[in-house]
Design a protein around this ligand. Structure first.
Ligand code: ADP
Length: 480
């Protein structure tokens, strides 16, 4: 039962049904209201017109009755004729009552000589200025006092009752016609509301179908809705989102294929090495030692790739992972250099550190260390023996800047855009030799972006490379 109500409620919440209902009601209510007012006004107009006509005739009879002395028993053809004519013309009845409430004229001839004691007649004698209208069944009765203008006293009353039948028939036929017109208008509004609600909800249905298609694994769809500007904007944003999903999908595929490739290389060498050992008998121990040493190197390489990948996943997660503390950047760089110095010394590379001022900033120390460490290590890795690496720290009131300059091999211009991509290496063999995975700069960039910073590169082949990192001193939590 509850489910049934739920489904009914769900259907009623439909935009299409609501738009339909609103358009229909807004269309039909004024029509009903307006036609009601018109009919009522028309009916009142017809009745008042008829009553006014009869009042005029009543006054004529009243004047005649007074002037001819009809009320005091005089015979009067004029009064008789006028009464009969009025009664005939309006399919009604005319009664004349004298001051003793005696009926002296009844066009039906039924009440003559009797006493008329209706409330309206009695009221006439008390308040001569007013007429009385009352309805008896299909009849309307008009009671008009006959006032003697000389004395101002009421000498009698004229009662005219007339049939409302023909009037009611007329009103009914008008009502019927109006009902037909209203029904036609209602059908038109119904149709309009149906078409309009359909038209309005159509883009939403189309959008839902497209979303369903994407969900079902077909990202090669696009939306083109232009009915309303709002819908067109949503359609544009939706297409942009689709493009983004497609890009991510592609980059994911690329990434998986790159990872597989990178892991396959050490595995293949290990396989070759172990196969050659297995296929020989009586292999000398030195060869075993050598091959196992090579296999060990490949395992180390694989471990390095996997470690870098794991750091990358951690870095790429989101901002919620950031552990922000206020840090001395000078101390952080000095610690890094202390660890790196022996590596530089191996190749007699001079490592220079220059700090223009003490810098304190809100950073994630671990992530910032990874980023700067990679840049300095690269400056040594891709350097000539006896070269130099210069690390400079500076700051203004908003940012701090770390510049890493080297006298190394440089990066060809066409590769400068790509070096931040995962697994991209200018010289695969050299990078492999130095234990590079091609993930270092991708990691660096992710870490810098998480700090809402930026990284710029300037390089000339065979002369050297400069990376400039800019990081806000105060960590910005949300993007503006
Ligand atoms: P890798 O693990 O190969 O060092 P990175 O992502 O750190 O990967 O760097 C990508 C590539 O960019 C490197 O293979 C190298 O060719 C180039 N590169 C990075 N830093 C420098 C540099 N300071 N001088 C010259 N080439 C560099």
């Amino acid at each position: 039962m509850k489910e049934k109500w739920k489904s009914i409620w769900y259907k009623l919440r439909s935009m299409r049904i609501q738009v339909f209902a609103v358009v229909f009601l807004v269309g039909i209510l004024p029509v009903i209201l307006f036609s009601n007012i018109v009919v009522k006004a028309y009916n009142a107009q017809i009745i008042s017109q008829k009553t006014n006509e009869l009042k005029a005739y009543g006054n004529v009879i009243s004047n005649l009755a007074l002037s001819t002395g009809y009320l005091s028993g005089q015979e009067s053809d004029a009064v008789e004729r006028e009464s009969e004519e009025v009664a005939n013309a309006y399919q009604g009845r005319v009664l004349i009552v004298d001051s003793n409430l005696r009926v002296i004229k009844d066009t039906y001839g039924l009440e003559e000589g009797k006493t008329a004691i209706s409330t309206e007649v009695i009221q006439c004698f008390y308040s001569p200025d007013s007429e009385y209208i009352n309805e008896i069944g299909d009849y309307t009765q008009l009671t008009i006092p006959i006032v003697d203008s000389a004395t101002g006293s009421v000498s009698g009353a004229v009662l005219i009752s007339f049939s409302m039948k023909s009037l009611n028939l007329l009103v009914e036929s008008v009502n019927y016609r109006l009902l037909l017109i209203m029904a036609a208008i209602a059908i038109f509004i119904l149709l309009f509301a149906y078409l309009y609600s359909n038209f309005l909800s159509k883009p939403l249905t189309k959008m839902r179908n497209t979303i369903d298609n994407v969900t079902n694994g077909d990202p090669d769809v696009s939306l083109s809705l232009s009915t309303y500007s709002e819908v067109a904007t949503i359609s544009d944003s939706f297409n942009k989102m689709l493009g983004h999903i497609k890009e991510q999908d592609e980059s994911m595929k690329d990434f998986v294929s790159n990872v597989s490739h990178e892991l396959k290389t050490p595995l293949t060498s290990m396989k070759v090495l172990s196969d050659s050992l297995l296929s020989q008998t009586g292999v000398p121990e030195e060869l075993y030692q050598e091959f196992m040493g090579d296999i060990n190197n490949e395992i180390e390489r694989m471990t390095q790739i996997i470690n870098d990948l794991l750091s990358m996943v951690k870095l790429e997660k989101n901002q919620a992972n950031m552990v922000i503390t206020s840090c001395s950047i000078n101390d952080l760089i000095e610690q890094l250099l202390k660890r790196i110095r022996p590596i530089a010394a191996e190749r007699n590379i001079e490592l220079i550190y220059e700090s223009f001022r003490p810098v304190i900033a809100d950073i994630d120390e671990v992530k910032m260390s990874i980023a700067l460490n990679n840049l300095i290590i690269n400056a040594i890795k891709y350097n000539y023996d006896d070269g130099w690496v210069r690390v400079t720290l500076n700051a203004d009131h908003k940012f701090f800047y770390v510049k890493i300059q080297d006298s190394g091999v440089g990066i060809p211009e066409d590769a400068q855009d790509k070096i931040f991509e995962r697994f991209y290496r200018v010289d695969k063999a050299r990078s492999r030799e130095t234990g590079g995975t091609g993930l270092g700069l991708a990691l660096t960039r992710s870490a810098i972006l998480l700090h809402r910073g930026s990284i710029k590169l300037h390089s000339k082949e065979k002369e050297g490379t400069t990376f400039t990192v800019r990081i806000p001193l105060n960590y910005i939590t949300t993007e503006t």
